[in-house]
Design a protein around this ligand. Structure first.
Ligand code: FNR
Length: 427
């Protein structure tokens, strides 16, 4: 109703309400590389499409005459009362969308009481994000590094900077076959973007210094070419500064001669992740943190059960928004089975393909305890920074509230399979 009231005086929203229009506005606010990285998926992007198509196969029943004059979106997640069941999914490299990046997202999330999952690939060190939105609820997402020392250090920092839980993302042990990025030969990390959690980490800084000290190693596999950009150099300089070893006059030209920027990116590429990770390794995370641990990237019901067996505190169903495995099972199709098997023992978070409030209602009706939003908030960020993120999230919550009322419910906790028509052929 705020939007309609403003319309009386001729003003229309700065951030488009409809999903397609929002994406189009974001596209024109970003470079071609940035948009390709954010919007793109793996392979022929069939998983991206399948995630959306799965929502298209569900239908909600309208139910009038049930007095829905007061409606309650609040829920409990990780033992804390929250104003809504919405979370912000971890999105790396948000500096591609807007210079304020994670700071803007964290402030917008805090203003709305929505927990923000800070990415391991964020553009801003987690301590700086915490300082920018002190009242906000944050989770830290870890990509399990090849270096256990680095994993432990990142989790220590997450704990010290006030994160409520650790989200371990499991589906990126190899980087997906991202066709749009491949065509542009563009991976942000090799340009020094999205590696702020690393360059601000003492363990990582030591790894970089060790690498420089070792010098060029003929036995080492040829490192991928790293193109030095001002940003890459800045990442190297962060390490140099913290190591008390800034070289040259500090100008970008002088420091292009320093081995640190290249070493920082190459070290990152070495330690970013490990395809050797197994279920047995996960137990070590318990030695590194006392925070609740949520596994993100669960799609198979057997893996959800296995997650319970290893004693995690939450299961996050996700196919990474279709950016990893193409032709993957869409997450919405497995949500009911996984929720049934988990049977309330730990919270089930859902993501991939959520674009509007009615999607959130459908995921809740199929058994999700919380629903995470990905690309739409990045688009809001690109269009209008912090305000853009706030608008996108507010619109989704407003549509969720209306959907709740039109389906005859007064609380999100009341949504269940009765709200949905069983569509023949649906699972
Ligand atoms: C992601 N995602 C992601 N996941 C994660 O665990 N760590 C990360 O750093 C990132 N980075 C990232 C960047 C961008 C640009 C996108 C689009 C996605 C995946 C993300 O958390 C979430 O699973 C999906 O975005 C959900 O799908 P939708 O909502 O984008 O369809």
């Amino acid at each position: 109703s705020d939007i309609y009231r403003a319309g009386i005086s001729g003003s229309t929203p700065r951030v488009p309400v409809a999903g397609d229009a929002l994406e189009a506005a974001a596209r024109s606010a970003m470079s071609a590389e940035a948009f390709a990285y954010i919007a793109g998926g793996a392979g022929a992007e069939r998983t991206v499409d399948a995630n959306r198509a799965a929502f298209g196969r569900r239908q909600l029943w309208p139910r009038p005459l049930r007095d829905v004059s007061t409606r309650d979106l609040s829920t409990t997640f990780l033992g804390v009362d929250r104003p809504s069941p919405l979370l912000l999914a971890p999105l790396g490299v948000m500096e591609l969308a807007h210079r304020d990046a994670d700071l803007a997202v964290a402030r917008a999330a805090a203003a709305l009481g929505v927990p923000y999952t800070l990415s391991n690939q964020a553009s801003v060190a987690m301590e700086d994000v915490a300082a920018a939105a002190p009242g906000g609820s944050r989770l830290f997402q870890l990509y399990w590094s090849a270096s256990d020392e680095l994993n432990a250090s990142l989790l220590r920092r997450a704990e010290a900077s006030g994160c409520e839980a650790i989200v371990v993302t499991l589906d990126t042990h190899l980087l997906g076959w991202r066709t749009r990025d491949l065509d542009l030969a563009y991976l942000p990390f090799t340009r020094g973007l999205g590696i702020a959690q690393y360059t601000s980490d003492p363990v990582f800084q030591q790894l970089v210094r060790d690498r420089v000290r070792r010098g060029p190693d003929a036995a080492a596999p040829a490192a991928p070419p790293v193109r030095l950009t001002p940003k890459t150099v800045a990442a190297g300089l962060t390490i140099a500064r913290r190591a008390g070893a800034v070289t040259g006059s500090g100008s970008i030209r002088d420091n292009l001669r320093s081995p640190l920027p290249r070493a920082a990116v190459e070290t990152f590429l070495d330690v970013f992740s490990t395809p050797a990770l197994t279920w047995d390794d996960l137990a070590r995370a318990r030695e590194w943190t006392t925070l609740p641990i949520i596994l993100k990237g669960i799609v198979h019901p057997d893996d959800a059960i296995r997650a319970l067996d290893v004693g995690v505190d939450g299961v996050w169903i996700s196919n990474h928004g279709g950016r990893q495995l193409d032709q993957s099972v869409p997450t919405l199709d497995v949500l009911p089975t996984i929720a049934e098997r988990i049977a309330g023992r730990v919270p089930v978070v859902f993501d991939s393909g959520v674009r509007q409030g009615s999607d959130v209602a459908i995921a809740l009706a199929l058994g999700a305890d919380a629903v995470a939003l990905g690309r739409p908030y990045a688009y809001g960020l690109a269009v209008a920074g912090e305000e853009g993120v706030r608008e996108v999230v507010r619109n989704i919550l407003a549509e969720l509230d209306i959907t709740l009322g039109l389906t005859g419910h007064t609380a999100v906790g009341d949504l269940d399979h009765h709200a949905l028509r069983d569509v023949p052929g649906g699972s």
